[in-house]
Design a protein around this ligand. Structure first.
Ligand SMILES: C[S@@+](CC[C@H](N)C(=O)[O-])C[C@H]1O[C@@H](n2cnc3c(N)ncnc32)[C@H](O)[C@@H]1O
Length: 378
């Protein structure tokens, strides 16, 4: 992408490619494997990967980076045999690939990410922060569900995450085409062309230990005239234990814009209802910084989209019990029927809980989350 610049996480210098396709910060080299720069300040791993790349052992370098995890991983790194099979067997689907990478519960989260109400609060934020023709940089993009949705709707994207294997899945299984960069948001590993873009960070801000620093980096990345959308930020009002959560009033002092209850953002997507201000008891919050968008994007579903695996008529493997437990928590706060609280008749007609039988248009089907953007090799 024109205008994309990368920076060293150690000396902050702009990175330049050398003749071997590695990145040089003037003092040391940084790896790029399968087109994805790895910019993590882990000296031993950096040296090892550079060494094997310089000896032409690309698969070995890839395995080293695929085994690199973040501090929050609930499972140990994948073993060598599983990685060998992952690289050898191009028939593995995304869910099997995540098993090979030993993602554990994180693999279930990503496999069914499209089906979650919290995915829809993210889509709502994007529809209110991205102008038509705009560029989106997704910080902490995971395996790229939002990047895939944005690109399917013609938006230019850049993805960044702290875990290399997630970006690799985004490229290999999710079909994400835009640049992907492995780095820590707090270290500012990239910038995009002047003129402003939308920086989007969903279901991740509570993980950042240095929140003020991360916010400064994201605002700089958005640039003057750009926007920042931060969604589904867990608060201390919820049992969810991951990351470093704060309470709503503290988030409110950090945000340069009104802070909303995230469940009301999801409800606004499903039912067009008003956003509600976040309260002390909001389990998660969201906000948008920057001027209102005059001509925003609007997501729609191409006919390649498939039935959600939470629906009985999809014939796809349904989510496991532990996934439903989190789903129930997220869905409970949303005062409209959401998939999973509805049943589907044999004629493919949807019977929403407590509502009348109705035929949905393709648009409604998509808005309700019945029709989703699963990749071929899901
Ligand atoms: C719960 S996942 C959400 C992924 C995606 N945003 C979504 O909503 O589907 C949180 C992501 O944050 C990433 N992450 C955590 N700390 C990070 C940091 N300091 N910089 C960049 N990414 C980070 C994790 O690797 C993980 O992919």
């Amino acid at each position: 992408m024109d205008g994309l610049k990368l920076y060293s996480p150690l000396n902050g210098e702009r990175l330049h490619p050398n003749a071997d396709g590695l990145l040089d910060d003037g003092e040391r080299l940084w790896p790029v494997v399968d087109g994805i720069p790895w910019l993590r300040p882990k000296e031993e791993l950096r040296q090892r990967v550079i060494e094997v790349l310089q000896h032409g052992r690309r698969d070995e370098a890839l395995k080293l980076l695929l085994a690199d995890q973040d501090d929050f991983s609930p499972t140990p790194p994948p073993n060598e045999d599983a990685l060998t099979e992952l690289l050898r067997n191009s028939n593995l689907n995304l869910r099997k690939a995540m098993t090979a990478l030993n993602y554990g519960p994180v693999g279930k989260y990503f496999a069914y990410r499209w089906c979650s109400p919290t995915f829809r609060s993210g889509l709502y934020l994007l529809e209110h922060s991205v102008p038509k023709g705009g560029v989106v940089v997704e910080v902490a993009c995971g395996i790229g569900h939002f990047l895939r949705e944005l690109e399917s709707n013609g938006v230019t994207t850049v993805g960044m995450d702290i875990v290399f294997s997630k970006l690799w899945l985004a490229r290999r299984y999710m079909g994400v085409r835009g640049p992907l960069v492995c780095g820590d948001v707090s270290q500012g590993p990239l910038s995009v062309a002047k003129g402003g873009c939308t920086v989007f960070c969903h279901d991740a801000f509570y993980f950042f230990p240095e929140k003020e620093q991360a916010l400064r980096r994201m605002r700089t990345l958005a640039g003057p005239g750009g926007r920042l959308a931060v969604g589904h930020v867990h608060t201390t009002a919820e049992r969810h234990a991951a990351g470093y959560r704060l309470d709503t009033p503290l988030y409110a002092t950090m945000a340069a814009g009104p802070v909303y209850d995230d469940a009301s953002v999801a409800a606004a997507w499903y039912a067009g209802s008003d956003l509600l201000p976040a309260g002390d008891d909001s389990p998660a919050v969201s906000w948008i910084e920057g001027h209102a968008v005059k001509d925003p994007i609007r997501f729609s579903a191409p006919d390649t989209y498939t039935r959600s695996p939470v629906l009985a008529d999809s014939n796809l493997p349904a989510p496991p019990a532990e996934w439903w437990a989190e789903y129930e928590m997220d869905a409970k706060a949303i005062p409209v029927p959401v998939p999973g609280r509805a049943t589907v008749t044999s004629a493919g007609r949807i019977v929403a809980a407590g509502a009348q039988v109705e035929e949905l248009s393709r648009e409604q089907d998509y808005r309700q989350g019945y029709s989703i953007n699963l990749p071929d090799k899901w």
